[in-house]
Design a protein around this ligand. Structure first.
Ligand code: ARG
Length: 463
């Protein structure tokens, strides 16, 4: 039996029932829905809109329903459409007329907005914990590899020498920004919409601030029409998940490349790799590939909700019921990816010797050789030209710059002297780059220590 049956003369078509219902997917909002209803009922009692004793009875029964759902004792009813009406139905089944009072001064439109805001708040807390673990592993590996040298690339062509710590800490910066983006999302999520009613608020003397305080919201929505039709907060979270996925996909792409036979910079743990059904020798990086692949799916979730919201007139429209599956999918996917990526990194071994070997070719110290000439008084543009010719000479003679004799060097430029060799060692190239942002060991230590303070001491983690 429908709760809104009053003005209807026919039963709902069976197919329409199934088509219209959201209970199959919005049942995961049960905790938030019950929490919200309890706060609402307590407020109704406090304001004497319903008798305080009845508010207590509603609260107590909602707590029992919560427990029964957790224990798997409840079977939801598609006839009751969504989680909001399913829980109201259970309440009425248990306490009759008193249960029928819980929806006083409330609409499913402000109720679902509340539930979603509570849900996203909870999910962001989970994301904080997962990103914190990922950041912790990146720090741990980086601290071990401040002296592990490898080439860094532009255009996937060897460019300059750096350290594994410097390379991985680039991802730390990205994931830290992702964390901060979520903190920012929270600010606009923790705003309390109850009291907006269906769209034009209510004539009951609701105490909205009381509800906000009991649910730990930081502010009240200030326009009831906006409050029931705003899904920006969900879109922002989807965007944050998308950016985080994009960052993970870039790291995963590098792990896949580093794991190739051509590179052999890392070895993925057997427990985090998979085999081939036909080629017995294969050990494939399916896990980072899947994270890369799932990135597209999370972008799809963001696009789906953006498109659903496009051009919707004020205020609530049923289109908005489509917000949930995209949001749930993006959050589930992002959380699973962060978790497995953290373990994948934790269990991978980094092949220092092969990384160092990578620097034996590709003229990664060419910029430093040009800078050497600048120190000797040559303009940078002329130095660039001289080193370009030097590299060409080296390629023809199958040598590195540091292998050239002083005679060969002075033929290329009279500014070369035998102090060049010390200037262009890998050590010199890396530890010379000791300005903030660079890979020199001392600089990395400072940057890593600052990040550790943020990660482990800051109270933003307990937000
Ligand atoms: N299940 C609905 C949703 O998720 C709840 C709000 C329904 N409101 C309405 N007036 N039909 O959007």
């Amino acid at each position: 039996m429908k709760m809104w049956k009053g003005r209807f003369t026919k039963d709902t078509d069976k197919e329409v029932n199934a088509f219209n219902a959201s209970i199959s997917f919005d049942q995961r909002l049960y905790s938030q829905d019950i929490k919200g209803s309890i706060a609402h009922a307590k407020m109704l009692g406090k304001q004497n809109i319903i008798p305080p004793s009845e508010a207590e009875m509603i609260t107590k029964t909602l707590e029992d329903i919560h427990e029964d759902i957790e224990k798997g004792k409840i079977e939801f009813d598609i006839e009751a459409e969504d989680i909001h009406m399913n829980i109201e139905k259970l309440l009425i089944q248990r306490i009759g007329t008193v249960g029928k009072k819980v929806h006083t001064g409330r609409s499913r439109n402000d109720q679902v907005a509340l539930d979603l805001r509570l849900y996203i708040t909870d999910e962001i807390q989970e994301l904080f914990a997962l990103v914190t673990d990922l950041l912790g592993i990146i720090i741990k590996i980086s601290e071990e590899h401040m002296g592990t040298y490898l080439p860094c690339y532009t255009h996937l062509q060897k460019a300059q020498p750096t350290t594994l710590a410097h390379h991985l800490m680039a991802y730390f910066e990205m994931f830290k920004r992702d964390y901060e983006r979520l903190e920012d999302n929270l600010k606009r999520t923790k705003i309390m919409p109850l009291g907006s009613g269906a769209l034009a608020s209510t004539t009951y003397p609701l105490d909205r601030q009381f509800v906000a305080d009991s649910l730990d919201f930081q502010a009240l929505t200030l326009n009831s029409m906006d409050a029931v039709s705003d899904r920006d907060f969900a879109l922002e979270t989807l965007f944050s998940c998308s950016v985080m996925m994009m960052h993970m996909s870039r790291l995963c792409e590098e792990l896949i490349i580093w794991n190739t036979d051509e590179f052999q910079y890392i070895q993925l743990d057997d427990a985090f790799s998979t085999g081939s059904s036909i080629m017995p020798q294969k050990k494939n990086p399916d896990i980072p590939e899947l994270i890369r692949g799932k990135t597209g799916r999370v972008y799809g979730d963001l696009m789906a909700l953006l498109t659903t919201m496009k051009a919707l007139p004020l205020a609530y429209n049923k289109d908005m019921q489509e917000d949930k599956e995209a949001l749930f999918d993006a959050l589930d996917t992002t959380k699973a990816c962060i978790s497995v990526l953290t373990k994948l990194l934790e269990t991978s071994s980094f092949k220092k010797d092969n990384m160092l070997k990578g620097l034996k070719s590709g003229f990664c110290n060419a910029t430093d050789a040009a800078d050497y000439l600048v120190k000797k008084g040559v303009s940078f543009r002329d130095a660039h030209e001289i080193i370009g010719k030097t590299v060409l000479y080296c390629m023809e003679n199958e040598k590195n710059i540091e292998d050239l004799t002083v005679d060969e060097l002075t033929q290329l430029s009279s500014y070369f002297e035998d102090d060049l060799y010390n200037y262009i060692t890998i050590d010199a190239c890396i530890n010379g780059r000791n300005i903030i942002g660079g890979p020199a060991i001392n600089t990395m230590k400072t940057v890593i220590n600052n990040h550790k303070k943020w990660l482990y001491n800051s109270d933003v983690n307990s937000m």
